[in-house]
Ligand binder design. Structure first.
Ligand SMILES: [Zn+2]
Length: 314
C-alpha cells in the first residue's frame, strides 16, 4: 500500500486500473460521511480504460477509519432492515444460478469467499442441492468473524491464514469497488485459485448513474473498464455479463426521485398518507425480490456486473 502522501498525490494523476494519466470530469462525488463528503471531490473517467474513479481518492488511513464502523447500525451502508436482508439472500441465490449457467457447479468444490459479510453466500450454498462443497471465508470485521464461526464456518479475518491453499472457486462479491488498488487485489486472489479454477466477481455497473449516494465506493466499473482490468492477467477464459434491472430505468428513477422527493413527500406527509419506513410492516419474499430486481435478466447495461475469470492451466 502507498503512504498517505503518495496516495493523495497519485490519486490526482494516475488511473487506479491502467495507470493512465488523462481524465475527463464526469461530475461531483456524492457522499455523506467522512472521507466521502468532501464537496470538492470529483468523479473522473480514464481516457484509456474508461474506469471512473473518485478524485482525489481517500487515503488508506481514511478508508480504514471508515470501515472500523462499517457494520455499526448507525453508519452502515449495508442495510439491516428485513426486506434488504431478503434482497441480499435472493441475490446470493441468483449467483448460484449464474454459476450453474456458466457450467460451474459447486458440487465437490472448495470455495473461498473473500469479504463474506453476513455469510449469505454460504447460506445460499447450504440451502441449494450442492453436494460436498467445502466453504471457507475471509471477513475483516472481527464481530462478524465470531458470528460466522458460531455457524460452524471456517473463517479468518485475514487471507494469509489460507496461504499455501488453492481453491476451485474464489468469490469476491461487491468488494472490488471499495478498494484503492484493484490490480493488486486480483493478483493476490489469483494466487488462491487452482490452475483451471475460477475467480468470480460481482460489482455494481456504473452505480454513480443510478445511486444518489456513492459512498463508500471509490471506483465505478463498466463492462469496458472491468474487461480492461482483467485483460492484464493471463486467463484461460473471461466472461463478463451485466445482470439485474436496466441502467436506463434506474437512471430515470433517480432523476424522477430527485425532482419529486421533496414535493410529493411533503404533500403525502401533510395528508398523513406517507409512512416512515419503520412503519411499513409488509415483509417481501425472496421470490418477490428476485423478480423485482430482475436477478435472472442479463445483457444490455444492467445494474450489476458478474465476472467469471478462469485461471490458466499450468
Ligand atoms: Zn485507466
Amino acid at each position: 500500500m502507498t503512504s498517505i502522501k503518495e496516495s493523495k498525490e497519485l490519486s490526482n494523476k494516475i488511473c487506479p486500473s491502467c495507470g493512465g494519466d488523462s481524465f475527463e470530469n464526469v461530475g461531483g462525488y456524492c457522499g455523506t460521511a467522512s472521507p466521502f463528503n468532501n464537496i470538492d471531490s470529483k468523479l473522473v473517467e480514464c481516457s484509456s480504460c474508461s474506469l471512473v474513479h473518485m478524485n482525489p481518492l481517500p487515503t488508506d488511513v481514511e478508508i480504514d477509519n471508515f470501515y472500523e464502523n462499517y457494520w455499526d447500525e448507525e453508519t452502515s451502508v449495508q442495510s439491516t432492515n428485513s426486506n434488504s436482508l431478503i434482497g441480499y439472500k435472493a441475490q446470493n441465490n441468483s449467483r448460484i444460478d449464474f454459476l450453474l449457467e456458466q457450467n460451474i457447479s459447486l458440487d465437490n468444490k472448495t470455495v473461498l469467499d473473500f469479504g463474506a459479510g453476513q455469510g449469505f453466500f454460504e447460506e445460499a450454498i447450504r440451502k441449494r442441492d450442492v453436494k460436498n462443497c467445502n466453504y471457507s471465508a475471509v471477513e475483516a470485521d472481527l464481530e462478524m468473524v465470531e458470528t460466522l464461526k458460531s455457524r460452524g464456518i471456517d473463517v479468518a479475518p485475514k487471507i494469509d491464514t489460507f496461504d499455501g491453499k488453492q481453491f476451485d472457486v474464489v468469490v469476491l462479491f461487491h468488494v472490488l469497488e471499495h478498494l484503492l488498488d484493484p490490480n493488486k487485489v486480483i493478483e493476490m486472489l489469483m494466487k488462491y485459485v487452482k490452475p483451471g479454477g475460477h475467480l468470480i466477481i460481482e460489482v455494481p455497473n456504473k452505480d454513480y448513474v443510478w445511486k444518489k449516494n456513492y459512498q463508500p465506493h471509490v471506483v465505478f466499473f463498466s463492462e469496458k473498464s472491468i474487461a480492461s482490468l482483467f485483460k492484464k492477467f493471463s486467463l484461460g477464459n473471461l466472461t463478463i455479463l451485466s445482470c439485474g434491472r436496466s441502467l436506463d430505468i434506474l437512471a430515470k428513477e433517480k432523476s424522477f426521485m430527485k425532482m419529486q422527493r421533496h414535493r410529493v413527500g411533503k404533500v403525502l406527509r401533510s395528508l398523513g398518507l406517507k409512512k416512515n419506513k419503520a412503519e411499513t410492516g409488509a415483509v417481501i419474499s425472496e421470490e418477490f425480490a428476485h423478480n423485482k430486481f430482475e436477478m435472472d435478466k442479463y445483457g444490455n447495461e444492467r445494474q450489476w456486473l458478474r465476472v467469471v475469470a478462469q485461471k490458466e492451466l499450468n
